[in-house]
Design a protein around this ligand. Structure first.
Ligand code: F6P
Length: 359
C-alpha cells in the first residue's frame, strides 16, 4: 500500500478542493493511504509536521466545489520558499522540510502549486529525493509554461466576467467608463480572456505597449459612451508609480472622459469552481495518480493538444523565460506570457477592442 501526501502552496484559487477530493477518491480506490499537509510548506516545516489523515468524511463531495483550500495555503508572512530565501534561512528551511518528509515516510507527494512553488520545488529538488514528487499547476495568472490550462483560471475569468457584467449596467446608466484593474501579476491572460468575454472597449496587458493618446481617441470614437477598460495589474506607465488603473483613470479624466476605477481584487480567486475547472482538476488528479503508479518523479501534470500528460520539471523550469525575482535574486521562476501569436489578440482587434500598439 502506498502512502501519499497532498500539499497546496502559494496563493489560493478556485478548484483546489476539487483536485484534493479527486486525488483522495482515486487513491482510495487503489487502496492507498492519503494525508494532507496543512498550510503548505509552513505546516511541513513545523515539528511535528501539521497533517491530517483523510477519511471519507474529511472533504465531502458537496464541498469539493468551494473555493479556497481546505488544507490551507499557509499564513501570510509564514516561512515558505520565498521568505526563507529572502531572510537567508533557506538552508535551515530545506533541512527542516526534508526531515519532516522523511518522518512522514511518504511514497509520493502531490504538490498543487503555482509557478513560484513549482519552480522552487525544482530548484530545491534534493528535499524530495527518496519520494516521488508530482506537481499539479494551479493559478489564476496562467503564467505556467508547457501547459495550456491551469486549475483556477477558468473560474477567475468567470468571476471577473460577472463582476464586469454588473459594472456595465451602472456604466450605461451614467454614461461613463470603468477602468477595472485585474490580477495576473506580469501575465495578461486573465485580463485578455475576461476582456473578450465582456466585450471590453480596451484591454491593456503587460505584454503589449500602449499609447495613452490612442486609447483616448479609441474611447472617444467608440460606438457607446460607456463601457469597460480592463487593465492588468502588471501594466506600467513610464514615469508613473501607483496602481495602473488609477494612473490611467487620471489621464482619461484629464482628457475629458468621465470614468471611475474598480478593483475586483481577491474576488477573482474565489467563486464556486466552474464545471470546466472541475473537469480539469479531475483530469489532473487522475494524471497525477497514474504518474505515481508509473514511478514517475519530478514531473508536472499538463494539458497539451487537449491531452493530459506529465512533463518533466527540468523541461518546465527551462521552458519559460527564467527570471530572477527583483526582490529576492536567489529566486528564479519560469514564466509564460501572452504570446504575440495568441489568436485572441487578432480577434480582439477584429472586434474593435483596443489592445495597444501591436503593429
Ligand atoms: O498569483 C496569484 C495572485 O492572485 C496574483 O494575481 C496577485 O498579484 C497576487 O496573487 C496577490 O497576492 P496576495 O494574495 O498576496 O495579495
Amino acid at each position: 500500500m502506498k502512502k501519499i501526501g497532498i500539499m497546496t502552496t502559494g496563493g489560493d484559487c478556485s478548484g483546489l478542493n476539487t483536485v484534493i477530493h479527486r486525488i483522495y477518491r482515486g487513491a482510495t480506490l487503489r487502496g492507498w493511504q492519503v494525508i494532507g499537509i496543512l498550510d503548505g510548506t509552513d505546516g511541513l516545516c513545523t515539528t511535528p509536521p501539521r497533517i491530517i489523515k483523510f477519511n471519507k468524511d474529511t472533504l465531502p463531495i458537496e464541498n469539493a466545489r468551494l473555493a479556497g483550500s481546505f488544507l490551507h495555503n499557509g499564513h501570510a508572512g509564514a516561512l515558505n520558499f520565498e521568505t526563507a530565501a529572502a531572510t537567508g534561512k533557506l538552508p535551515h528551511f530545506n533541512k527542516q522540510l526534508r526531515k519532516s518528509l522523511q518522518e512522514l515516510n511518504l511514497d509520493a507527494l502531490i504538490l498543487i502549486g503555482g509557478n513560484g512553488s513549482i519552480s522552487l520545488a525544482w530548484r530545491n529538488r534534493e528535499i524530495y529525493s527518496g519520494l516521488q514528487l508530482v506537481c499539479i499547476p494551479k493559478t489564476i495568472d496562467m503564467d505556467i509554461p508547457l501547459t495550456d490550462k491551469t486549475i483556477g483560471f477558468n473560474t477567475a475569468v468567470q468571476q471577473l466576467t460577472s463582476f464586469c457584467d454588473q459594472l456595465m449596467l451602472t456604466a450605461r446608466s451614467h454614461h461613463r467608463w470603468f477602468i477595472t484593474q485585474t490580477m495576473g501579476r506580469d501575465c495578461g491572460q486573465l485580463a485578455l480572456n475576461a476582456g473578450i468575454a465582456i466585450g471590453a472597449t480596451a484591454i491593456l496587458i503587460p505584454e503589449i505597449k500602449f499609447d495613452i493618446n490612442s486609447l483616448v481617441a479609441h474611447i472617444k470614437n467608440a460606438p457607446t459612451d460607456y463601457g469597460i477598460i480592463l487593465v492588468s495589474e502588471g501594466v506600467s506607465l513610464r514615469g508613473h508609480s501607483g496602481k495602473p488603473a488609477d494612473i490611467i483613470s487620471r489621464k482619461l479624466t484629464a482628457a475629458g472622459i468621465t470614468n471611475r476605477t474598480a478593483f475586483p481584487e481577491h474576488t477573482q480567486r474565489v467563486g464556486d469552481t466552474t464545471a470546466a475547472d472541475r473537469i480539469l482538476a479531475t483530469r489532473m488528479a487522475d494524471c497525477a495518480l497514474h504518474a505515481i503508479e508509473n514511478n514517475e518523479t519530478y514531473v508536472m501534470t499538463a494539458i497539451n493538444d487537449c491531452e493530459c500528460k506529465t512533463v518533466s520539471l527540468n523541461e518546465f523550469f527551462h521552458a519559460g523565460s527564467v527570471n530572477p525575482d527583483p526582490n529576492i535574486p536567489d529566486i528564479q521562476t519560469s514564466d509564460a506570457y501572452v504570446s504575440p501569436d495568441d489568436p485572441l489578440l487578432d480577434i480582439a482587434t477584429d472586434m474593435g477592442i483596443y489592445i495597444g500598439e501591436t503593429k
